[in-house]
Design a protein around this ligand. Structure first.
Ligand code: GTP
Ligand code: SPV
Ligand code: MN
Length: 571
């Protein structure tokens, strides 16, 4: 640490002075250190060792189970730079509030300094961060999700400037108070300072609230960097798709939280001759190269995946990934193994639910929390793409936007050009899920699946996307998909999961120019997709009247929300 620039050392010293921890540990990111942390937590009773090698179980406070969007702030100097879709607070006002919250917040605890690298070691787009935290749970999750320790410190010694993040669960141990299994605070604040590229997170130990490399850095702060530097930081999975003739194309796809990114990234095709390989399942950083192609990297090094619904049938690769070296949070315990809704049809006897109570099989509450997650290393993925760690990134030829829509949105539609495709992204609507606080099922506008993750004015973000199209660039084709249309009985029409390969294959062929399409004013629809699905016709077509009505509503939303700042091309 001593080799680091004076400013960084001073910053950490100021965090120590403010938070008053009993001890400070600088993490080196070694396997031994990781195992030591897990042993420590097991001894304290906050982690439970499971049957499978390297697997551990954790469960949270019931009041700390998902991202807290209402407590997430963008603290730019000007309110309009945060824009109408973000909570804004003045940086000075927020700093004052934070100083109060963080003052003495680590008393009786240890402060861990976690240096980390986002992105492959040799890739030029990779960036460094430092998360200072009082949570061991965060340390072990960061070990899996980012590249932690020496590898990042080395980059900083070379002169790379880290994005600084201070995180506390917000529960000091004073006057001999005993610790609890999941310390947190009723009051939560996740504050981002885009101008100084700093993050402060207080009160939560869960997921995107606390693992600062993920949504806070790799999306909110990175999107502001991307705007300044002319690239894209997106809530997207990345896959490589190979057709039966051996031709390969890369796709990036944005779906809102808990709408199918991890599942699509791990797709194991049953369609003969096709192969899908995974580069990433949640975040993509993309930049046009000198050759005019759009190159993407996955800044993360692990999966923080939704557990419920994951099974041998729906996602066999995920089941293979989580067989070892995986951390489970808020799933149900089945002896010294884990279980969740959807893993098997039969609910096992004698489960302990995610709250640590005996599960009532006949009751209404699920055994696992709907936002229960697994944290597993990217390297365990059986279909990992050989170019995942490449120096250059992978060239994207197709971009997909998708929401969770019971009606209106067809299975797949292709944009006629970049502007229409960008509009598809901007006009994305989706039903809310358990990944964030609030009522699941409510339909909301979620432009580019970035509503909770864009670090600046969303209207400027639209313009930034439009400005990507330049002469000499090979613009990817853009598609919009919806796996979630329901019939009159409320059942999904499309079987989804592995069957999504049929839609990917259609998009692949469309980029190649080898499929028949139906032209509509809103884009190109497939003439047919050769698969035996009841009511397929209903989801392949659009009701043009209903569709036009929806577009009018979207335009009204753009006008009302963004006013003059909204790109004219969308109005
Ligand atoms: P985040 O990690 O929150 O960003 O979520 P995600 O976009 O990676 O979603 P994920 O793949 O984990 O899926 C979320 C939920 O949707 C899970 O319960 C899945 O079982 C379900 N799901 C995923 N793909 C499909 C699909 O094709 N059809 C249906 N019906 N459900 C799906
Ligand atoms: C999401 O909500 O989009 C996630 C989970 O990927 S979290 O890391 O909690 O943001
Ligand atoms: Mn996500």
């Amino acid at each position: 640490m001593n080799e680091l620039k004076a400013e960084i050392q001073d910053k950490i010293a100021s965090y120590i002075k403010l938070c008053k921890p009993d001890h400070v540990v600088i993490c080196n990111g070694s396997r031994e250190e990781y195992q030591g942390f897990l042993d420590q937590m097991e001894k304290a009773g906050t982690a439970k060792k499971l049957k499978n090698k390297g697997c551990y179980y954790f469960h949270s406070d019931p009041k700390d189970v998902a991202r807290v969007e209402s407590c997430t702030f963008i603290c730019s100097k000007k309110k309009e730079d945060a824009g109408p879709t973000n909570n804004h607070e003045d940086p000075e006002v927020m700093k004052k509030r934070l100083m109060g919250l963080f003052s003495g917040c680590m008393q009786g605890r240890t402060m861990y300094v976690v240096p980390y690298l986002m992105g492959p070691e040799k890739n030029k787009m990779s960036k460094v961060g430092i998360e200072v935290t009082d949570s061991l749970y965060v340390c072990v999750n960061m070990y899996i999700m980012a590249r932690m320790g020496t590898v990042a410190l080395d980059r900083m010694k070379e002169g790379r400037v880290p994005v600084m993040g201070l995180h506390s669960v917000g529960m000091p141990l004073v006057d001999g108070a005993a610790d609890v299994h999941w310390p947190c605070n009723q009051e939560k604040v996740i504050a981002h300072f885009p101008e100084t590229k700093e993050i402060f997170s207080f009160g939560s130990g869960y997921g995107g609230n606390a693992l600062l490399g993920k949504k806070c850095f790799a999306l909110r702060i990175a999107s502001t960097m991307a705007k300044e530097e002319g690239w894209l930081a997106e809530h997207m999975l990345i896959i490589g798709v190979t057709n039966p003739q051996g031709k390969k194309k890369y796709f990036a796809a944005a779906f809102p939280s808990a709408c199918g990114k991890t599942n699509l990234a791990m797709l194991k095709p049953e369609l003969p001759g096709w192969k899908v390989e995974c580069v990433g399942d949640d975040i993509a950083w993309m930049k046009f190269g000198d050759d005019g192609r759009l190159y993407a990297i996955n800044p993360e090094n692990g999966f923080f995946g939704v557990a419920p619904g994951t099974s041998e049938k729906t996602n066999p690769y995920a089941m293979e990934i989580i067989a070892e070296d995986t951390l489970f949070t808020n799933v149900a315990l089945n002896g010294d193994d884990v279980w969740w809704e959807g893993m098997s049809e039969e609910v096992p006897e004698g489960l302990i639910n995610w709250k640590g109570e005996k599960h009532d099989k006949n009751g209404d509450s699920p055994a696992s929390h709907p936002n229960a997650r697994f944290t597993a290393p990217l390297s365990r993925c059986p279909n990992i793409d050989p170019n995942t760690y490449s120096e250059r990134g992978v060239p994207i030829e197709g971009i997909i936007f998708g929401g969770r829509r019971a009606s209106v949105a067809p299975l797949v539609i292709e944009a006629k050009d970049w502007t229409m495709g960008t509009y598809y992204g901007a006009s994305l609507c989706s039903e809310k899920t358990a990944a964030a606080e609030g009522t699941a099922g409510e339909l909301r506008h979620d432009p580019f699946a970035m509503l909770p993750f864009c670090g600046y004015n969303m209207a400027d973000y639209f313009s930034h996307w439009l400005s990507m199209e330049k002469q000499g660039r090979k613009m990817p084709k853009i598609f919009s998909v919806n796996w979630f249309r329901k019939d009159k009985d409320g059942k999904f029409i499309w079987p989804g999961y592995l069957e999504n390969m049929h839609v990917i294959a259609w998009m692949f062929a469309s980029i190649e120019g080898t499929v028949d399409q139906v032209e509509t004013p809103f884009g190109f629809l497939p003439k047919d997709i050769p698969v035996d699905v009841k009511n397929l016709k209903e989801i392949l077509a659009i009701d043009e009247k209903e569709y036009a009505l929806e577009q009018a509503k979207i335009k009204a939303y753009f006008k009302e929300t963004f006013g003059d700042r909204c790109p004219k091309a969308f109005l």
